[in-house]
Design a protein. Structure first.
Length: 290
């Protein structure tokens, strides 16, 4: 088993996986080098998440092999993958809502476990170290249920990095984020790629173009294209995903005039959040018909 350390290269060779009545992955090969960002794209059901679950030891492949730094490895569980330096942020976050950020990280931070009690101060110090290093501010004492979706994703990233990940896998990381949070995440991942490698699954082709160096496109469980992202437009990638030309939607139209009757008027609203700060502070909003 590869021990945790720098992952200079990761390769999947001829990976196949079937479930009853479904061939999810067929003879898939891909590679990611140090500091590279690979976008894995395809329509729903193309096999993207299945392939990453094989890489993380959640599934076992029927055929093929995984190589880290040119050494064959076999992950029997996510713990094996984490030990080797891989970490995955799933589309559905793996957090316990009724526990704090500190407690969620402590669940997997085995260095802080001892026969008597959990060393929470060691966990807190690690969270603060990772938070400062990657500019990921978080309150260790906040409960998960109190956090926004973007803040929960930040906790997932911190948890993964605290466990020693040197290679990140992100499954649809922007699917539930606001545009501002999406821009912040892309900027963060660009900074992190200076020392980490990243695979991210996405349907959002503008983000694929903005973030990735390379793109691998799956269709019906097979690789149909691999290449440099910069050489292809979003329309090219969409056509390869679907097997036919795609006309991407364009936003058109102008803003409505400002002379309509007021339909909603909100004035002087102040509301404290469950964490004690003013979520709305003397808030005004006026919306007119049309």
């Amino acid at each position: 088993m590869v021990e945790q350390g720098q992952i200079r290269s990761l390769r999947l060779e001829h990976i196949s996986k079937s479930f009853p009545g479904v061939l999810a992955c067929r003879d898939i090969s891909l590679s990611v080098g140090l500091g590279e960002v690979l976008a894995l794209v395809g329509e729903n059901g193309a096999g993207k998440t299945t392939l990453m679950n094989i890489l993380m030891g959640l599934y076992q492949s029927d055929q093929g092999q995984i190589l880290i730094n040119d050494e064959p490895v076999r992950f029997h569980s996510p713990r094996d993958a984490i030990t080797a330096g891989l970490g995955m942020v799933h589309q559905q976050y793996m957090l316990v809502p009724s526990m704090t950020v500190l407690e969620n990280v402590a669940l997997g931070f085995r260095q802080a476990w001892n026969p008597v009690k959990l060393d929470y101060e060691q966990v807190r110090a690690k969270i603060e170290e990772v938070s400062a290093r990657y500019s990921l501010p978080v309150d260790p004492d906040a409960y998960i249920w109190q956090l926004s979706v973007g803040e929960q994703q930040r906790v997932e990233l911190i948890k993964t990095l605290c466990l020693g990940a040197r290679f990140l896998i992100l499954d649809e990381p922007t699917s539930a984020l606001t545009p501002q949070e999406t821009d912040e995440l892309i900027a963060l991942l660009k900074r992190m790629s200076a020392e980490l490698s990243v695979i991210f699954i996405s349907h959002k082709l503008n983000e694929v173009k903005s973030l990735s160096n390379k793109v691998t496109i799956l269709r019906r469980g097979e690789v149909v294209f691999q290449g440099n992202t910069a050489d292809h437009s979003p329309q090219d990638i969409a056509a390869l995903m679907t097997g036919h030309a795609v006309e991407l939607p364009k936003r058109e139209g102008s803003a409505a005039g400002g002379d309509g009757e007021i339909a909603l008027d909100i004035r002087n609203i102040s509301v404290r959040s469950d964490r004690g700060f003013l979520a709305l502070d003397n808030f005004y909003l006026s919306i007119k018909c049309g």
